[in-house]
Design a protein around this ligand. Structure first.
Ligand code: ATP
Length: 443
């Protein structure tokens, strides 16, 4: 039976969740404080941790950090209020699997829980192999520049460092580079260095031999060997310890690795892509990141723009995530109401694409009709908007967003008869075609 540890200080809410999860067939243990949760974790083997962010004796982040050291494979879902999304995003960097915003919708929770249980091995041990990434490019100037750089560097053997805020799509960029490279037939293996503690990191990256440490019951291949001929992607590379940095530098310079506990070296063939949302140059200055390694990693650097800098792309991402959520949740959302669209457009998306994807998924889940209404968006979003600086898309982008929505809607009404749609929109056919081309609307 699958065991879930639920850490939540709100008694009523924890009771509701407990009984809901039990009805779904999970065994649930509930703790209301961090210290009790730590104890429970030391006594019982759980399959999933469902963790409230704010607790009476500390934050979920503190527990998360301990879990990462003691039980790095345990998937963790953070439950947070919408206002704490920024912190939840921070938590993702410490290796939480996902976050879910309160008030928790049972169906959404179930979905995230099932996904977390499915993917639980991905972060550390099981190397992720290349799946064809489902993604869109965007047509804002920053996106076009991003894709120019990707296409430029992909066919080379250069090490690439990808910088960008959390959730901007850095891993997606890494996968795209791999897919466009000459190594595309070989594996793409990714690891989140934020989820690796000292000893585990060496063994995951470079492998170990039987008996190298307690629990090393057999030889294990590291990531660099698994990638053989392919691409290694190290996410959150700034988190690697100094000792691992030395080993990584050697792997890059000499193309050899030494598994933990072995006296032999092994030749390896890989291309390295790394990602960070830290300022690594600052870490070099502070002495926590080796300068020689930084230069090796930084043969080419790519900055992935924050969602709020991608202006007109937002509309495209919204449509894409709606289509994804429709397929996943068996819904049929086709349009976004103008009020909901305006809110989506003006919010500044601190958690970037990941946050947008989550908000859309939840909204689609809550939308029984074909239109996604404002009421399906998090209630705090509007309030949050008033308190955050509107550094987001400009007026032109706002107008374009509405224009594209209107064209899409009218085309649907006119059953894709362009002459009729143009008449309804009070523009000529040629202008309609040009606008459809501009917004990437299929003719
Ligand atoms: N171009 C894209 N089109 C569609 N979806 C995307 C795109 N880029 C990223 N995503 C989606 O957004 C989410 C976040 O992307 P990803 O994990 O690549 O971000 P990240 O920057 O690597 O995150 P982190 O900083 O936490 O490591 C994922 O669910 C991913 O599928």
């Amino acid at each position: 039976m699958i065991r879930i540890l639920l850490v939540e200080d709100d008694l009523t809410f924890s009771l509701i969740l407990e009984s809901f999860l039990q009805k779904q067939g999970f065994a649930v243990e509930v703790c209301h404080q961090l210290k009790d949760a730590e104890k429970a974790l030391s006594l019982t083997k759980f399959n999933l941790l469902l963790l409230d962010y704010r607790l009476p004796d500390g934050t979920g982040q503190e527990l998360l950090e301990k879990v990462r050291l003691q039980n790095p494979k345990l998937p963790v879902i953070i439950m947070t209020s919408f206002r704490d999304v920024r912190t939840a995003v921070q938590a993702m960097r410490s290796g939480a699997f996902d976050y879910i915003t309160k008030p928790v919708i049972p169906d959404e929770l179930l979905l995230v829980v099932r996904q977390a249980l499915q993917k639980k091995n991905d972060t550390v041990s099981e190397a992720k192999t290349a799946e064809k990434p489902a993604f869109i490019k965007g047509y804002s100037p920053v996106s076009e520049q991003l894709h120019r750089y990707i296409e430029l560097v992909a066919p080379t053997e250069m090490s690439v460092i990808i910088q960008g805020e959390s959730g901007t799509g850095k891993e997606n960029v890494a996968r795209t580079i791999h897919a466009l490279s000459q190594r595309s037939d070989a594996p793409f293996v990714a690891i989140d260095c934020g989820a690796l503690s000292g000893e585990l990191a060496a063994s995951e990256l470079f492998g170990h031999v039987k008996g190298a440490f307690t629990g090393a019951l057999q030889d294990k291949k590291g990531l660099f060997e698994t990638a053989s001929g392919g691409t290694v992607f190290l996410d959150e590379v700034g988190n690697l310890s100094y000792e691992i940095q030395v080993k990584l530098l050697r792997a890059l310079q000499e193309r050899v690795i030494q598994p933990v506990g072995s006296t032999k070296t092994i030749n390896v063939d890989f291309r390295l892509i790394t990602a960070t949302n830290d300022n690594l140059q600052q870490s070099v200055k502070n002495g926590t990141f080796r300068e020689d390694l930084f230069h090796r990693l930084n043969e080419f650097s790519i900055k992935v723009p924050a969602l709020r800098e991608r202006g007109e792309d937002l509309q495209e991402f919204v449509q894409f995530f709606i289509a994804q959520a429709n397929a996943e949740l068996d819904r049929n959302v086709k349009n976004v109401s103008p009020e909901a669209a305006a809110l989506l457009l003006h919010y500044d998306w601190p958690g970037n694409l990941r946050e947008l994807k989550n908000v859309i998924k939840r909204a689609v889940l809550l939308s029984p009709s074909e239109t996604l209404e404002k009421t399906a968006l998090p209630a705090d979003m509007e309030q949050e908007l008033q308190t955050t600086k509107p550094s987001g898309p400009d007026l032109k982008a706002a107008q374009e967003f509405t224009e594209k929505e209107l064209i899409n809607k009218t085309l649907q009404e006119a059953k894709f008869n362009k002459s009729k749609a143009a008449r309804l929109l009070n523009i000529d056919r040629k202008t309609l075609y040009l606008k459809m081309q501009k917004y990437g609307i299929d003719p």
